[in-house]
Design a protein around this ligand. Structure first.
Ligand code: GLP
Length: 248
């Protein structure tokens, strides 16, 4: 682990053979095999069938400069995105969702909850809500194991142009830990995001739990001129994140 963390092994590099590791660390091959398995479970390494074991890219950079889909973000890093759908249904919006999406009482939302993977390793859980009237037949048109943003763009001409995003530190609940293959209580990043069209119409409200050991947030900040500071638009800040089992 310390050799990976120190950068001695680069992401994507194959690890040395079991014999070399055992000899180098002066442990039995059984101990070395167990250690490799533990590092794979933690996401620091991954095995490709028939090809061997490789070092993972430890932390993905989550850009705070651009609106990207999970699929785009992973592809930009040369990783293969995939998803496991936990639920996908039409339901009444909670008050929080209705308020973020500026919906009237009684209007429904599509709620999609997925585990997102990079090269087969769990990165996070995303729970998106979209107003029904935006994409009325989404349940039929969207294969939830593929890119939501691609379907919204291709089938409905919907483009996420602007987002308000709030990031908080948290610790994985027992359910999240089991889904993300981490120990309960492990640090996670909690994202709450509202996406808008260019004209300011709210399109998506999302709560995500990302593994703290797999992400770092990268930003470029520029010092504003004094007159600009006064006119900076207000970010939509959602209510404080509650750590319930189902995010909403
Ligand atoms: C990002 C956003 C989510 C969005 C998702 C769509 O991860 N934070 O709000 O739902 O992308 O990703 P995809 O198009 O890969 O389904």
């Amino acid at each position: 682990m310390s050799q990976i963390r120190s950068g001695e092994f680069s992401p994507g590099e194959p690890i040395p053979s079991l014999q070399e590791i055992a000899a180098g660390l002066r442990v039995s091959q059984m101990t070395a095999r167990q250690a490799i398995r533990a590092l794979c479970d933690q996401g620091l390494m991954y095995s490709k069938q028939g090809k061997g074991t490789f070092v993972s890219g430890i932390k993905h950079e989550k850009s705070a400069r651009q609106v990207l889909s999970f699929t785009e973000e992973m592809r930009a890093h040369g990783s293969a995105p995939s998803s496991k759908v936990l639920s996908f249904r039409l339901q009444a919006g909670t008050r929080e969702v209705r308020s973020a999406l500026k919906m009237k009482p009684g209007q429904k939302v599509f709620r999609l909850r997925r585990i997102r993977y990079s090269d087969g390793l769990p990165m996070g859980i995303e729970c998106s809500c979209l107003p029904q009237q935006l994409c009325p037949d989404l349940l039929e048109t969207f294969d939830p194991s593929t890119s939501l943003y691609e379907t919204l763009a291709d089938q409905y001409g919907i483009h996420m142009e602007v987002t308000d995003e709030v990031v908080e530190a948290g610790s994985a609940t027992a359910e999240e830990a089991a889904l993300l293959k981490i120990a309960p209580g492990t640090p996670v990043l909690l994202f709450t995001r509202t996406c808008y069209a260019e004209n300011g119409k709210p399109l998506e409200f999302v709560k995500s739990t990302y593994r703290g050991d797999r992400y770092k947030i990268v930003q470029r900040l520029r010092r504003a001129k004094r007159d600009v500071l006064a006119s900076t638009p207000k970010v939509h800040i959602p209510q404080r994140r509650l750590r319930a089992v189902a995010p909403f």
